[in-house]
Design a binder for this molecule. Sequence first.
Ligand code: TXA
Ligand code: MG
Length: 342
Amino acid sequence: MKTQIISVDNLSTKAEGYTQAVSLLKAGETVAFPTETVYGLGADATNEEAVSKIFEAKGRPQDNPLIVHIGEKVEIEAFTMNIPQLAKDCMDAFWPGPLTLVLPLKPNTLAKNVSAGLDSVGVRMPEHPVALELLRRLKLPVAAPSANRSGKPSPTKAAHVFHDLNGKIPFIVDGGATGIGLESTVLDVTSKVPTILRPGGITKEMLEKVIGQVNESKPTDQAEAPRAPGMKYAHYAPNAPVYLIGNSKEAVQNAIEKIHKNLQKVAIIAREQFSNVEADYFFSLGKENQLEDAAHLLYEALRSCDETDADLVLVPVFSKEGVGTAIMNRLEKAANGNWFDK
Ligand code: TXA
Ligand code: MG
């Protein structure tokens, strides 16, 4: 299969980009498109065969449900039911935006493989103008996970999608780099106390201002089966192993010396205050205290490590405050729990 990329930022190809994307989606094909978080790989959520093409292209485990994207809030009525008031309050406060709500699924509405057999469905209304335009032209709910090969960092540029899925999908709508750079916050509102299953750009503090107490599910809490099935798989990992390390220049410099003594090469992914350590490769996460920049740059930095011959990747940790919680959640997964020297 040939994978075509068309820019909708370019006036001369914009109309064609949307028309082709809509007709492919209507015909049961997959299309990658930008959202304000990361690029998604979409298919008609009411078409089981179309949705199965997403799992195939990504190499995604079948038990990992997909998020359904809508262009207008009223669309949720077609496939959800018994929506709690606090979910409605969240929609009013954060939609369109990077918040996925896990709601009770109305039986026999969406394709079965969208929700992986659960009686709930994750839904969000994205804020990106290209995603909204596409959804509003299509007028169908679109199931869309991140448009990467399963296990790899999510794509924040059309080129990342092409790298991972070239030859596996027919079409990429190129709308430039995404904004936030980390996937949406997933909030389960079917439990007694709403629970964050995956942290993201909409933080616990922001949610609690609107709906009161919110719990956080700890992915490390083995006693409880992971509620967001996707969180149990290895994720966001470059080819070389990732190690977390304390947020100290001295610790990083000592680690580099140790690694070099073993005749190995090391890539550092860190904020600019680390830029003058003697690593073989350095990928910046922006200025200290600019957490939004770090979120925006993280996945591209992880991908860039695959273009080097580094034997390992070191990442100084962030404090788990605000968006730092989401950044550390992704880093802990990328590192699969590995700490340097621990
Ligand atoms: O920002 C985003 O959310 C991006 C863009 C494309 O919208 N999408 C995305 O999708 O990150 P994906 O499939 O990579 O992640 C979906 C996450 C997984 O961890 C999945 O297990 C969880 O949401 N999820 C989806 N439906 C669920 C449900 N009914 N119950 C619990 N978790 C659910
Ligand atoms: Mg994903």
